[in-house]
Design a protein around this ligand. Structure first.
Ligand code: GDP
Ligand code: MN
Length: 400
């Protein structure tokens, strides 16, 4: 789960990490009153969406009058911001962060990520922080410094000093940098985060270090024990189909193909997507109904898959261990009738109560396409798709 910049900064502030004074607002009026409360003569107005690259996309503006705070906040709130991370549809800005502006002397990057190869948290840092960090990582990877953290002892001072030195944080800045790194690490561990990133960490005029932008994301499987973090979830930033699915205990991820998939188990769902791709098709989604799927849960799965207008056929692949094929079949038939489904439905059932399941489908008065195994199911889904394609009359041969 991702959270907004302002939420990350609130969290980091609790850990004693230096962040600018500021508050999130929902209207231009609130923006003005927060700017007046902060005082000074320059403010930053920052669009709060779950995406980086806002600076380059016009989502971060430094202004020097209250009128501009109002105008920029008014312009940003309700607008759609398209960054290199959002896709062409962009994201609607529902809130903006108003902060006291700083004069930047230099920008650094500091991040804590989980390195999958070593399976450890790794401190990543660069002297080339700011809006071009991705470019730095691609073109000059040697400018990205890495230090692996041993989970048994945690992040040690000498590691922070080593990294800070390498990126050029020396003298009075060194102990400040060490403190920030250690507090970021503590904040990450205490809250089951999987990523914590500061970019830029800025030296501002006056010579202090200040966190101008920060991002954290959290382990979804640990949210149950982090109620304060769970509360930070912003449903506006998620695919509504994925939100509805999780409410029904379904694990759904939207993709961009046309073959809807309803499968049990994440591994089988992945294999089903692979089989569709192997047969030249494109899955419209990943959907794991889990174990013990009730007829209602299966019907909900149909409803969610069919909310995607690109779906032209649905492939159901169930290998029932804990599940029961008769329950699955009952759910399928219920969905067909209640949702008035007309498209080709390919069903592959195996395992517990498979005979009972097949019997339910056979008596349902719907032309289910029954598949005997995964490969057969994918092949039949493709055949069904092709049969839907408009038939073009062959061109008449012209005789001269
Ligand atoms: P991102 O583009 O989504 O990563 O958004 P950031 O919050 O990192 O802002 C982008 C850039 O705006 C930063 O790299 C800074 O150069 C600039 N910026 C952010 N805050 C301030 C500020 O207080 N003063 C000035 N002068 N620039 C800022
Ligand atoms: Mn940034």
């Amino acid at each position: 789960m991702n959270i907004h910049e302002y939420q990350t900064k609130d969290l980091l502030r609790q850990y004693g990490v230096p962040v600018p004074e500021g508050r999130v607002v929902h209207t231009d009026e609130q923006a003005v009153s927060v700017a007046e409360e902060i005082g000074g003569s320059r403010w930053v107005v920052k669009a709060q969406i779950h995406s980086g690259g806002r600076g380059k996309a016009g989502g971060v503006k430094v202004v020097s009058s209250i009128d501009d705070v109002r105008a920029i906040a008014d312009q940003m709130i309700g607008s759609r911001l398209v960054t290199h991370q959002t896709g062409t549809e962009g994201r609607v800005v529902h809130r903006v962060l108003i902060e006291k502006a700083s004069t930047i002397v230099r920008e650094f990057y500091i991040g804590l990520i989980i390195d999958r190869a070593t399976r450890r948290i790794t401190l990543v840092a660069s002297s080339e922080g700011g809006v071009d960090i991705e470019e730095v990582a691609r073109r000059t990877p040697e400018r990205i410094i890495k230090e692996v953290i041993d989970p048994a002892v945690g992040m040690l001072d000498f590691q922070c000093r080593k990294v800070a030195n390498k990126i050029g944080l020396k003298g009075a800045l060194l102990p400040q940098a060490v403190k920030i790194m250690k507090r970021l690490y503590r904040c990450m561990r205490d809250n089951d985060a999987v990523m914590a990133e500061i970019n830029p960490l800025a030296i501002i005029d006056g010579g202090e270090l200040l966190v101008l932008d920060a991002k954290m994301s959290f382990d979804d499987n640990a949210l149950y024990r982090r109620p304060a973090i769970s509360e930070l979830r912003d449903f506006d930033e998620e695919d509504p189909k994925e939100v509805e699915a999780s409410g029904h205990g379904l694990n759904y991820i939207a993709l961009d193909g046309d073959v809807g998939c309803i499968v049990n188990g994440a591994g089988l769902a992945m294999a089903t997507m692979d089989a569709i791709t192997l047969h030249g098709g494109r899955p419209a989604n990943f959907l794991d109904v889990g174990g013990g799927a009730t007829p209602n849960k299966v019907a909900s799965a149909f409803r969610i898959v069919l909310q995607d207008p690109a779906v032209k056929t649905i492939l159901i692949n169930i290998f029932a261990g804990i599940n029961r094929c008769d329950w699955i079949a009952t759910g399928i038939v219920q969905a067909i009738h209640d949702q008035n489904i007309k498209m080709p439905i390919i069903v592959r059932l195996a395992g517990t109560n498979v005979e009972e399941g097949r019997a339910i489908l056979n008596t349902a008065n719907f032309p289910f396409i029954i598949a005997s195994n995964l490969d057969d199911a994918a092949a039949k889904a493709m055949a069904a798709l092709h049969s839907l394609e408009p038939k073009v009359a062959p061109l008449k041969k012209r005789t001269l």
